[in-house]
Design a protein around this ligand. Structure first.
Ligand SMILES: Cc1cc2nc3c(=O)[nH]c(=O)nc-3n(C[C@H](O)[C@H](O)[C@H](O)COP(=O)(O)OP(=O)(O)OC[C@H]3O[C@@H](n4cnc5c(N)ncnc54)[C@H](O)[C@@H]3O)c2cc1C
Length: 360
């Protein structure tokens, strides 16, 4: 029997949309989304592309390839207009972090420069950085929801099909194909493919084959505010990642983020608003008086300890997952998606540190 598609991708977030973009050039692809594109964590994301993460500003896994591929993916998706590629500022929180950031700039001169407090004051007077800041010169920020939309559009122009508002409810896999069940208007539709890629983010809870994996859920929230008063237009400040995130767009800014390891609801809260305002106004004081226009919450799925995504077959060789992107969705989803063309043909090529793991 000839299957309907080569690959069915479940989920139109960063992982699924990137996979659709890269796979559609070689395969007959269908992307199925239960809601609308970027309805999950991707729609809540602040959009930072930050190559030097964490308290010590350590480079992301395979940072050079990751940066190159996200830039290539943005170009392929015709999304350069959405990308603020001015890099980032990471204000140091104290003197100890200042020393670590200075060391990071020495270790990675192609990625960052150390700005002492007086240079920060001269170049970015609106940003409070009394311990100095790491000026990251690669990366920046992109509107994730619109980027996901552009990737899907590009995939569609290469022949991919999309079904939104349609949930995948299960599958049966055999040696030659996968039969995938879709819930359509109180009925079930069954379609077939050579491969199924589950890029479901937090939707992993809906499938026993994914629930047994070592995945951890962290709720986060971002808010959108009106541009704070006193900040000139066009805004000279690049995106900031310090105590919280600040992504200055034109008329509005996106601020983030919270990290909740225990939660009972995935909806946004006013407590999270307050936590975000407290953190970010320490970096730009006029944020405290800005009007909050909107809030989004989502669940980042992470792989405990390794903090790297999880990619590989989860049921025979035909059913794959891409999950656990944590806070690195923008840098690592395009990298994984581009590599997936080769990995699907030969699963032994998946780097072992990304391999599928069951929870202990
Ligand atoms: C508050 C917050 C801020 C963040 N900031 C950043 C940032 O600045 N930079 C960065 O790189 N990353 C950031 N992240 C992380 C980033 O958003 C995630 O790494 C990324 O969005 C994960 O993408 P995904 O495609 O795996 O999951 P998701 O975006 O959650 O997509 C999964 C999709 O699958 C769909 N789905 C689930 N189950 C089914 C089913 N059964 N059938 C059909 N469809 C289904 C869902 O509706 C959803 O649209 C942030 C995350 C949060 C929560």
């Amino acid at each position: 029997m000839n299957p309907h598609y080569d690959v069915i991708i479940v989920g139109a977030g960063l992982a699924g949309a990137s996979a659709a973009l890269w796979l559609s050039h070689r395969f007959r692809v269908l992307i199925v989304e239960a809601d609308e594109p970027a309805a999950g964590a991707s729609g809540a994301g602040a959009g930072l592309i930050n190559p030097l993460l964490g308290q010590r500003a350590r480079p992301v896994w395979r940072v050079d390839d990751a940066l190159e591929i996200v830039e290539e993916t943005i170009e392929r998706a015709d999304a350069s207009d959405l990308f603020d590629d001015r890099g980032l500022i990471r204000p140091a929180l104290d003197e100890e972090q200042a020393r670590r950031f200075e060391a990071a700039a020495d270790d990675h001169p192609a990625l960052a420069v150390w700005f002492p407090a007086d240079r920060m004051q001269a170049e970015f007077p609106d940003v409070s950085a009394r311990h100095g800041a790491l000026r990251i010169v690669r990366g920046g920020a992109i509107d994730i929801t619109r980027f996901v939309g552009r990737m899907i559009k590009t995939a569609a122009s290469a022949g991919a099909e999309a079904r939104f508002g349609t949930a995948v409810t299960g599958w049966t896999s055999s040696a030659s194909l996968v039969e995938v069940s879709l819930s359509v208007e109180n009925d079930v539709d069954v379609i077939t493919a050579r491969h199924l890629v589950l890029a479901t983010g937090d939707g992993f809870l809906g499938f026993p084959a994914l629930r047994r994996l070592a995945l951890h859920r962290i709720k986060g929230q971002t808010i959108r505010i009106r541009r704070p008063s006193g900040i000139a237009m066009p805004c000279a400040i690049p995106p900031i990642s310090g105590s919280g995130y600040i992504v200055p767009e034109v008329a509005t800014w996106v601020l983030g983020s919270t990290y909740e390891h225990r939660f009972t609801s995935t909806t946004p809260t006013l407590d999270a608003d307050r936590a975000i305002i407290d953190k970010t106004s320490a970096m730009i004081p006029s944020i405290r008086d800005a009007e909050i226009l909107d809030r989004r919450a989502g669940v980042r799925v992470t792989v405990p300890r390794l903090r790297l995504p999880m990619v590989g077959p989860v049921d025979g060789e035909r059913v794959w997952t891409i999950n656990g992107l944590g806070s690195k969705g923008l840098l690592l989803a395009p990298f994984i998606a581009k590599s997936l063309c080769g990995w699907i043909a030969d699963p032994t090529l998946v780097p072992p540190e990304l391999g599928v793991r069951e929870s202990e």
